[in-house]
Design a protein around this ligand. Structure first.
Ligand SMILES: [Zn+2]
Ligand SMILES: [Zn+2]
Length: 74
């Protein structure tokens, strides 16, 4: 099993916190993979705009890549 199965208990589909970092449930019914990619991309862009680099940026990049793979293979 490759899926991340942390259960997400949030009921707000547009919750910025969950879409950005909070929701770690790849099969979440409230937060779609596509929305999470979009939201994380936005956060990544704002980090880059602030010239912040390092761990945060690397983490978002790899997470976005992982979700994109997931979406393509599902
Ligand atoms: Zn939430
Ligand atoms: Zn969720």
């Amino acid at each position: 099993m490759n899926h991340n199965q942390k259960k997400c208990l949030c009921n707000e589909p547009l919750c910025a916190k969950c879409l950005g970092i909070g929701c770690e449930d790849d099969g979440c019914k409230k937060h779609s993979v596509a929305d999470k990619i979009r939201s994380k991309q936005k956060i990544l862009n704002s980090l880059l705009n602030k010239k912040k680099d390092g761990q945060g940026v690397a983490k978002f990049r790899s997470e976005i890549e992982r979700l994109q793979d997931l979406r393509e293979n599902s």
